[in-house]
Design a protein around this ligand. Structure first.
Ligand SMILES: C[S@@+](CC[C@H](N)C(=O)[O-])C[C@H]1O[C@@H](n2cnc3c(N)ncnc32)[C@H](O)[C@@H]1O
Length: 291
């Protein structure tokens, strides 16, 4: 199996990173150095972003997402993502995957667990611009006994991962780094995009807006061909205002809905809401991977 550190490259000069004791050093002339935290977390954000507290989602958003996801409401999403990944890798016993925009790593860890339960050895990397998200992911991986899953703070549009190093790249409710996914994927790899379906969280939208709109879907990146498409749709019964508030805080509506809508939603005692999620499995166009 690929040793976890072998797939990282230096965000400054692009040279491979090698582990020496508690750090990753680049093999370039400048020997750039990145410390590995006790949890396994590494900060590979390019300079300038490294100390930018506003990179990625903020701490409140990440905390609410962790609280909501740990209730299991979205587990069918990672179940489906893992199943489609298994199908896409077509019988390989060892794989490397990246989760681009992994947040606090809930889906990343569940996907890795499902691969392992089916006898697949996997090396996985969760990448997020939010340092606190990547740190939370590293802790979750550690407490879940997932030694071969590493979480890094990094920019998904300049992934610190080697060319052709991944069998699968996941993009789950996150911006889609098409060019970078094409660069790091192996020739037979796949990009799996998980995005809001047309009626995702419809009842929540109805509480927030007097004229709610259906989701328009996301633009798939150039350089890929759709190999499979699925929609997952089910209802969840949110039992209390705290759970409603946690779901609300992890949606894009949190920052942009009208004040009356926010108040209306947050005054509800419970809410039945539809989860509708699109899964698109993309393979590389033939003229990608010329190198
Ligand atoms: C809606 S959240 C989804 C998180 C996770 N995939 C999930 O479904 O729980 C989108 C994530 O993408 C991250 N993100 C946005 N732009 C990014 C970038 N350029 N590089 C790395 N992460 C980014 C955010 O910090 C956030 O955690």
């Amino acid at each position: 199996m690929t040793e976890i550190n072998e797939i990282f490259i230096c965000p400054l000069c692009g040279s491979p990173l090698v582990r020496q004791e508690g750090s990753l050093f680049c093999t370039g002339a400048r020997r750039h150095c990145y410390d590995i935290a006790a949890s396994g977390y590494v900060n590979l954000l390019p300079p300038g972003k490294k100390n930018n507290a506003r990179a990625g989602d903020d701490k409140d958003m990440l905390r609410c997402r962790s609280r909501f996801l740990s209730g299991g409401w979205y587990d069918p999403i990672s179940d489906t993502a893992a199943r489609l990944g298994l199908k896409a890798i077509g019988g390989k016993e060892r794989i490397t995957f990246a989760d681009a925009g992994s947040g606090e790593g809930y889906h990343t860890c569940r996907i890795a667990q499902q691969f392992q339960q089916r006898g697949i050895s996997c090396t996985g990397v969760g990448i997020d611009a939010a340092k606190s998200g990547a740190q939370a992911g590293a802790k979750l991986a550690r407490t879940s006994g997932l030694d071969s899953i590493r979480f890094i703070a990094g920019n998904i549009f300049a992934l610190p991962l080697a060319d052709h190093s991944a069998d699968l790249v996941y993009s789950i409710f996150a911006p889609i780094p098409g060019e970078e996914a094409a660069r790091i994927l192996k020739k037979d790899g796949a990009l799996i995009v998980v995005s809001a379906g047309r009626e995702h969280l419809w009842e929540l939208r109805c509480a927030l807006y007097s004229e709610p709109r259906i989701s328009e879907g996301v633009q798939m990146p150039a350089g890929f061909t759709p190999a499979a498409q699925e929609t997952l749709s089910y209802e969840i019964d949110l039992p209390d205002p705290d759970t409603i508030a946690a779901l609300f805080a992890m949606t894009p509506f949190y920052y942009r809905c009208p004040r009356e809508g926010r108040e209306r939603l947050l005054s509800l005692d419970k809410l039945k809401v539809r989860v509708a999620v699109d899964f698109t499995v993309l393979t590389l166009d033939k003229d990608e991977h010329k190198n």
